[in-house]
Design a protein. Structure first.
Length: 745
């Protein structure tokens, strides 16, 4: 068996003390004529040492018998008081505490100058312990560990050990408490006392005067296989021959040791328990069957991930510093586009420990008080620091609002939460090995400070996948099914869907095949999973076709045919959908550019009015569902209140507020209404001029159920007049947010 590196003098002394205490505990539970097999002498922690003489089979007691005697109330009541009265050290050694003691001793063995300065001088030592459970255990063991290394006889330690001020700070203190800590440090420095400051991160938890006075700043290391093996031997008093892999050992937590390492188990059973806990945790981390190569429709995000993984590996090999690793990215895209899956797959391929969080998760901790929320937030970031290299994935970062726009009575609460998040992200920038990924459906609603350089500095927008990407998504999830089938018709039905929709479709299709007698998957199963039964009357279907045809024709005329598409499939609650998956050529951000966008959004309503003479509620609907009228109102509100694109009378920037807050002001409400009314009239005139093309496109949708932008362009060329067509005149425009659903009737 491979020999493990030898322990330093302080770790060896700590190991012997803990081993003896644990053995006395076990022996104290046994009858005087029996003994426990220790599995070796005290000269080595694991493996390779000579064996002590073994007791005969008749004298030894089995682990099962030992467990029965430990669990016996009569035995506990008889032995426990006697053992404690005889020697207060004859108590069970908890495995997580032993791990803390051995690791704490090792960091001083590796810095003998620091250890010597504690005895001979008055140093200021800072130790960062990112894991909160390990931090509490260090608090319990530090004094005993240092006592093991005092260079004087044990009977003289009480009078000769140096005077140490120990400061342990588990949570970032408020300013008032920080002032008290500073006063303690001032007094300790003035009296030439040694100071040991322990916290998750000294820079954010300890007073500045302590940071400036520090003579040593040490990062508490993660567990390794040698420490775990020695902890197992201390707990069981038997040598551990089977070692945990180093990569697994680094991710073992103090809680894992409490669960798996017990005195009534063999070392092999302890190791198996640790491996089981690690495997269970890995299984909960997300998709394992997908790789970055399987993630389609993510565009720039995938390129960023591949570059980041390359840099992380270079950093791990010592080739580059962490400052050169891209460690912050914000993903923006529609729900279900794969932001969470991307984060999970990226972490898996990069070998990062993933910590998932949301503001809602932090708020649900405890009683939702501010202190509980901030504590939960810090705990997640501390977990990431303790398991570096790691990644903190924060979903729905638009839940952290723009501080400048918060005016309600709870403003102080909101601002403090945002400030705390910024402080945590800034904090991890100073510690190597932690990546932060933020995700949002509406990145424009996020606090701008989150997106500046040094934080989530890389912004990637994920749009709707095009036909080619959709087919690749289906192929990845279908695996070996339908390999030789043409999926083009299925993919066209799925235009406007995202990765989560594709995954749901394939799952439903497989269920249909199972319920039909466990037969093989067929194309009809996929179609049935996409298209809901359509029980609409012919009159209602015709109105919906006109609505979507209006959107498509306006989109093609004003923005161009590439990537435009309409479908009448009953997908979810929608009776039809118009989408654009390809970004048009140019966007200058002029008032006319935005007004063309407004026209496309209102074209469905205008089409109904042109052909049927009346409009329906299809363009409106409940707030938050992205209806045509809601999206158009949001855009018009931005033009009036933020962008200065609604005329010379509206040049005031009203800040990042909700539409409801904008509409409180009469003049703003009037300006928004003018923009919407003008856009509605303009697109109605455009569609009236192309009435025959609109009717023909609607009939095509009624007959075939779908219509591509290129086909719509041919219909317009044949039947339409195109009185005002910036696309054909060379004034090409584009949407600010490509890849969005245009409408759902």
């Amino acid at each position: 068996m491979k020999q493990l590196e030898s322990m330093g003098p302080l770790e060896a002394a700590t190991y012997r003390r803990l081993w003896r205490s644990s053995r006395r505990f076990l022996v104290g539970l046994l009858p005087r004529d029996n003994s426990v097999d220790s599995g070796g002498d005290l000269q080595a922690g694991v493996g390779g040492a000579k064996e002590r003489p073994q007791a005969s089979a008749s004298d030894r007691i089995t682990l099962r018998e030992l467990t029965e005697r430990v669990s016996s109330p009569e035995r506990r009541s008889r032995t426990q008081p006697q053992r404690q009265a005889a020697n207060p050290d004859d108590d069970q050694v908890l495995p997580h505490r032993a791990a803390a003691a051995l690791t704490f001793a090792r960091i001083f063995d590796q810095r003998p100058d620091v250890l010597r300065s504690i005895y001979e001088g008055a140093p200021t030592i800072l130790i960062d312990v990112a894991d909160s459970r390990m931090l509490r255990e260090v608090k319990a063991v530090w004094e005993d560990v240092l006592a093991d290394g005092y260079p004087c006889p044990a009977d003289r330690r009480q009078s000769t050990k140096p005077d140490v001020t120990f400061m342990l700070v588990e949570e970032a203190p408020k300013p008032s408490l920080l002032a008290e800590y500073e006063q303690i440090v001032v007094e300790a420095l003035g009296r030439a006392r040694s100071i040991i400051g322990i916290s998750p991160m000294a820079r954010s938890h300890l007073p500045d005067i302590l940071l400036r006075a520090a003579s040593a700043h040490i990062t508490f290391p993660s567990l390794d296989q040698a420490t775990i093996a020695r902890v197992i031997r201390i707990a069981t008093t038997m040598r551990c021959y089977e070692l945990i892999d180093d990569e697994i050992a680094k991710q073992i937590t103090p809680s894992d040791l409490v669960i798996a390492v017990r005195f009534d188990r063999t070392p092999g059973e302890c190791v198996a328990g640790l491996r089981r806990l690690y495997a269970a945790r890995q299984a909960m981390k997300g998709p394992r069957e997908l790789t970055l190569a399987d993630l389609h429709g993510l565009g720039e995000a995938r390129a960023w991930a591949e570059s980041a993984i390359s840099d992380i590996k270079a950093w791990q090999a010592g080739g580059i510093p962490w400052s050169q690793v891209p460690s912050g990215i914000a993903l923006s895209g529609p729900p279900g586009c794969g932001k969470t899956t991307f984060a999970a797959v990226f972490c898996h391929e990069a070998g990062l420990h993933m910590v998932s969080a949301t503001l809602a998760k932090w708020q649900s901790t405890g009683e939702a008080h501010l202190g509980h929320l901030l504590r939960a937030m810090r705990k997640d970031f501390e977990e990431a620091r303790a398991n570096a290299p790691s990644c903190v994935f924060i979903d729905e970062i638009d839940s952290f609002p723009i501080r400048a726009g918060v005016t309600h009575a709870h403003r102080d609460y909101v601002v403090e939460v945002v400030n705390a998040l910024l402080a945590e992200i800034d904090g991890i920038k100073g510690r190597e090995g932690v990546v932060v990924i933020g995700a949002s459906n509406h990145l424009a609603r996020c606090e701008p400070a989150l997106l500046r350089s040094g934080r989530l500095e890389k912004i990637v927008k994920i749009g709707l996948p095009d036909i080619i990407e959709l087919e690749r998504m289906f192929r990845v999830r279908l695996r070996d099914d339908l390999v030789h089938e043409d999926l083009s018709a299925i993919v066209q039905l799925a235009i406007g869907m995202v990765g989560a929709d594709v995954e749901r479709i394939v799952k439903d299709a497989r269920r249909f095949a199972r319920q039909a007698g466990n037969r093989s998957l067929i194309l009809q199963d996929l179609r049935n999973a996409i298209v809901r039964p359509d029980h609409r009357s012919l009159e209602l279907r015709w109105r919906h076709c006109i609505h979507e045809a209006g959107h498509l024709l306006a989109d093609v005329i004003l923005l161009g045919p590439d990537g435009a598409f309409a479908t009448m499939a009953r997908i979810g609650p929608a009776g039809g959908m118009s989408v654009r998956t390809v970004e048009p050529a140019r966007f200058f951000g002029t008032p006319d550019d935005y007004r063309r966008r407004l026209q496309v959004m209102l074209a469905g309503r205008a089409g109904e009015e042109v052909i049927l003479g009346t409009v329906s509620h299809g363009a409106g609907g409940q707030a938050g569902l992205g209806s045509d009228l809601e999206e158009a109102t949001l855009l018009a509100a931005e033009m009036v209140g933020q962008l200065g694109l609604a005329g010379a009378d509206h040049l005031t920037h009203l800040g990042a507020q909700s539409v409801r807050e904008y509409l409180v002001f009469d003049e703003v409400r009037s300006a928004i209404a003018r923009e919407l009314t003008a856009a509605a009239k303009a697109v109605a005139a455009l569609l009236e001029a192309n009435r025959k093309a609109l009717e023909n496109a609607a009939r095509h949708l009624l007959d075939d159920g779908r219509l591509a932008g290129s086909d719509a362009a041919q219909i317009i060329k044949r039947f339409g007049e195109q009185q005002s067509n910036p696309w054909t005149s060379g004034d090409k425009v584009e949407m600010a947010g490509p890849g969005e659903r245009r409408s759902e009737s």
